[in-house]
Design a protein around this ligand. Structure first.
Ligand code: PLP
Length: 417
């Protein structure tokens, strides 16, 4: 087979069987991932890539990290291997209990109680249901360009119309108001007043403390606190969506270390690459849920899946014990200062923004980051565009990526400016 042809052949096989929307099929330099270790990925033709995306942020320790391999080896080495499915809401597994306790040990005391799900969208949905139960109201405020997942329960909250419009006839009356991210407190106050006067009423606010998919947008100092305060003054529930930012990505476990949300939705990083997510909240808010009479009010067949829970717990322990929040902050600062120096000499760059290892390079030209994504792939770098006009290049590598790989990846980006 000619060089590069295995990728192409596999993409064509996929095209023949998969829903056309499900996978991006680039015309040039197709990439089918086959193997990976740390922050290096190999495609089906054996070509190497540096990974600046880390599975959309779901691989804080990189690919095939030690915790995952340790859990795998437990399965093969013990005479009686650990449990692989534990009837989630009926009979828990030891792994789920360890997962929740480990998670709690990383969070501030106010985050007293949690519940698990599988994806980030599902943890946001759990947050919505909790707020609905607590307030008995149905109206939510979210922010322009926000992303909270694409499942139907959370789709009305997600901002982008290209994601929503084909399905909006399913939720015509969903009471969601979108305000500008960084809006004035007065604007929020007025929106809460208006929502409160409708039959839906005001249930709460859902906010990403730093908007990721929107193009790495950092709020002004003090803005998040004003959102929390105004919501609480109006008896609403404050939900932080930390599916992307949580567990080290922005240099902290959660913004609840500094502020007082009622609920925080987590996903991505807490599974170390495996599908598990969780909602944590204050005891008072989470107590809106009734005691399970034997059949939970909210569950799923695979909720708290023991294998995912075991990998997730080991991943969170590694983030905590290896102080990777600190590393994320320090390495992020170093990368941002390097990028700021590029900005001085490149007219293509409009701004550099981010916190920790959630970094965005905003370009002046719309669509430029999408073009870079494609060229970078050909040069051996996996990196994604973000923002509604694909003019921001997102850099979200694993928290333990080596500095030499960072330098090598940045050099590929620089060569395209
Ligand atoms: C902030 C935020 N919330 C929710 C989600 C949805 O997570 P998932 O794709 O795991 O459902 C994402 C995914 O990118 C996200 O960035």
């Amino acid at each position: 087979m000619a060089s590069g042809s295995k990728n192409l052949d596999l993409i064509n096989r996929l095209k023949a069987i998969e829903c056309p929307d499900a996978t991006y099929r680039p015309k040039d330099a197709p990439l089918v991932m086959e193997r990976a270790k740390g922050s290096e990925v190999y495609d089906a033709d054996g070509k190497r890539y540096i990974d600046f995306c880390a599975g959309f942020g779901a691989l804080p320790l990189g690919h095939n990290a030690a915790p995952l391999l340790d859990v795998c080896s437990q399965y093969v080495s013990k005479p009686i291997p650990p449990i692989e499915h534990a009837m989630g809401d009926v009979y828990p597994s030891t792994a789920k209990i360890d997962f929740l306790e480990t998670m709690k040990s990383c969070l501030p005391k106010s985050m007293a109680m949690g519940a698990v799900a599988l994806s980030g969208g599902q943890s946001c949905e759990l947050a919505l249901k909790t707020a609905l139960l607590k307030t008995k109201k149905a109206g939510f405020i979210a922010f322009e360009q926000c992303y909270h997942g694409l499942d139907l329960g959370v789709l009305p909250l997600t901002f982008r119309h290209d994601f929503k419009d084909p399905f909006s006839h399913w939720f015509p009356d969903a009471a969601v108001v979108h305000l500008p991210f960084n809006c004035k407190r007065e604007t929020l106050k007025e929106a809460i007043r208006n929502l409160s006067s409708t039959s839906a009423g005001f249930a709460g606010v859902i906010v990403e403390p730093l908007q990721g998919r929107a193009g790495v947008i950092v709020p002004d100092d003090g803005w998040l606190k004003s959102v929390v305060d105004e919501t609480h003054e109006n008896q609403g529930v404050v939900i932080f969506d930390e599916v992307f930012t949580g567990f080290g990505r922005t240099g902290r476990f959660t913004y609840a270390e500094e502020l007082t949300p009622d609920l925080v939705a987590f996903g991505k990083a807490i599974g170390g690459g495996f599908p598990i997510s969780a909602l944590f909240g204050t005891a008072e808010t989470m107590s809106a849920w009734p005691e399970s009479p034997g059949e939970a009010l909210h569950t799923g067949t695979f909720f708290g899946h023991p294998f995912s829970a075991a990998v997730g717990a080991a991943t969170m322990r590694a983030i905590r014990d290896q102080n990777l929040c600190h590393r994320s902050k320090a390495l992020g600062r170093k990368i941002m200062s390097e990028l700021q120096s590029w900005k001085i000499s490149s007219s293509k760059i409009k701004s550099i923004r981010g916190q920790g290892l959630m970094i965005g390079i905003e370009f002046n030209e719309l669509g430029f980051a999408a073009a870079i994504m494609n060229q970078a792939r050909a040069k051996g770098l996996i990196v994604l565009p973000s923002g509604p006009t694909s003019s921001v290049l997102s850099i979200t590598p694993s928290l333990n990526i080596s500095e030499s790989l960072v330098d090598e990846g940045l050099e590929i980006v620089r060569s395209m400016l």
